[in-house]
Design a protein around this ligand. Structure first.
Ligand code: EPU
Length: 433
């Protein structure tokens, strides 16, 4: 198993380019199941979750060809309208095929996801949405089965609570339903908007994506198209925090500043000087004074994203004062806290709130990755810790960050991956000490 070794203390400089969004690419790939024609998706990040989704599409019978971040999917025939447990247990977003399979074939069989490091993550809202569209569902042997032999029917669906992949799943199902579907209390994330744009290019009739009410007029078939995925706002945000925590001068390019407003506002409140350099570049300037503590509360978009909470919390270990971090989306998303404490951070958890007292000097130690974003926060802490920080189980980070260690090293960070097959890389690093 690979590990990361980080020698902290180097202010990052130069620029880092953002990859395509993992959480946009996943539903986009699932959407390819809605048509028998070829869909070409550009800017697909090469991360583990995407490979898992590609395997899942191939399992259903689709042809999937990947070349340099461009993926072609042709789902001429759906041979197995199902997501087996082996796939779902490694990636919960597999439930994104439920809607497309039910919409296209009138049948879907998807393994129920179990628990996960950040919370229970049920799919009851996806299932309820499909039932509203006329599917009959049945749960047995760890699977949820949905059937709509004579097709789905448009309906009024009001989500009990806001769900990102739930909105995406039901929006996809509704594109091929008979008549009009109205989704109320829909998620407004940029990834939902990107998916709607792809679906419209495929011939779907969708209005209101990006607001909490989405209207879909069902059509009888969708066709092939070409689409470029939006930049990964969470990856971009992670690099901006990397620039700030190291007191560096770093530009994050190929990103969309409009998707990062909540983070930029909190970073500025913490005393980080940030400028939007172009429609696709944000620069963190060298630090002039100490960082200030800021409270954040995670919320659905456009609020502060839960997927940047762990990284911002790492930043707050270096800020003066007490910062209160409230996690509202997932019930167990503080797995990074005990590990940050091993590095010397002073954090107390009380239910959904973490109180971070800073600034605390961090000192390198061995730490364990527990989930994707928690791992990112440990990398950030390692970049500012004295001495060497070793991250175990970096496969968690590989699920959603494309070559994070290479991108950070390109901006001056002393980070390297060690595994069975990297002797050469390690020697280069040691030679550069
Ligand atoms: N929820 C339910 N029932 C459902 C669905 C969700 O109770 O049927 C609850 C969840 O347990 C959670 C809340 O609703 O408490 C919101 O969950 P949501 O459904 O919005 O999350 P998701 O769609 O499963 C996506 C991202 C996550 C991100 C969340 C919140 C993808 C593939 N995943 O998950 O990304 O944290 O939205 O923004 O888009 C990550 O990239 O690290 C990640 C976890």
């Amino acid at each position: 198993m690979d590990i990361f070794e980080i020698h902290g203390g180097v202010p990052l400089s130069g620029s880092i380019a953002t990859s395509g969004s993992k959480n946009s690419a996943l539903p986009a790939l699932a959407a390819c199941l809605l048509t028998e024609e070829e869909v070409i998706l550009e800017g697909i990040p090469r991360v583990r979750d995407i490979q898992t989704m590609e395997k899942l599409l191939a399992h259903t019978g689709a042809d999937v060809i990947e070349r340099n971040g461009t993926v072609s999917v042709t789902a001429r025939r759906i041979e197995r309208p199902e997501a087996p447990y082996e796939v779902v247990k490694t990636m919960r977003a597999s439930s994104l095929v439920l809607g497309p399979l039910a919409g296209r074939t009138g049948r879907a069989r998807v393994s129920m996801p179990g628990g996960c490091a950040i919370g229970a993550r049920p799919i009851n809202l996806h299932v309820a949405g499909l039932e509203h569209l006329g599917a009959v569902t049945h749960q047995a042997h760890g699977y949820i089965e949905a059937r709509a032999e004579s097709g789905l029917r448009g309906a009024h669906v009001k989500f009990e609570r806001i769900t990102v992949t739930g909105t995406e799943d039901i929006m996809m199902a509704a594109t091929l339903a008979h008549g009009e579907t109205i989704l109320e209390n829909a998620a407004r994330e940029p990834e939902v908007v990107d998916l709607a744009e792809l679906l419209v290019k495929m011939g779907a009739r969708i209005e209101g994506a990006g607001t909490s009410t989405i209207r879909i007029q069902g059509v009888s078939r969708l066709h092939g198209t070409r689409h470029r995925i939006i930049p990964d706002r969470i990856e971009a945000g992670t690099f901006l925090i990397a620039g700030a925590i190291t007191g560096g001068d770093l530009s994050v390019t190929s990103c969309d500043p409009a998707h990062l407003e909540a983070l930029l506002a909190s970073m500025r409140a913490a005393g980080v000087e940030i400028s939007v350099e172009s429609p696709a570049a944000i620069r963190v300037h060298p630090r002039r004074g100490p960082l200030r503590s800021v409270d954040i509360t995670t919320e659905e978009h456009p609020g502060f994203p839960t997927d940047l909470q762990a990284q911002f919390l790492a930043l707050m270990t270096q800020a003066t004062g007490i910062s209160i971090i409230t996690e509202n989306i997932f019930e167990n998303r503080f797995m990074h806290v005990p590990e940050l404490s091993r590095l010397g951070a002073n954090i107390r958890i009380d239910g959904r709130r973490a109180m971070v007292a800073g600034p605390t000097p961090l000192s390198g130690a061995e730490v364990m990755c527990s989930d994707l974003r928690a791992s990112a926060s440990l990398v950030l802490a390692g970049l500012v810790a004295h001495g060497s920080t070793v991250l175990q189980r970096v496969y968690h980070i590989d699920r959603g960050y494309e070559s994070i260690e290479k991108k950070l090293a390109g901006a001056g960070a002393r980070i390297l991956r060690k595994g069975e097959h990297d002797g050469a890389q390690r020697r280069v690093f040691e030679a550069g000490q």
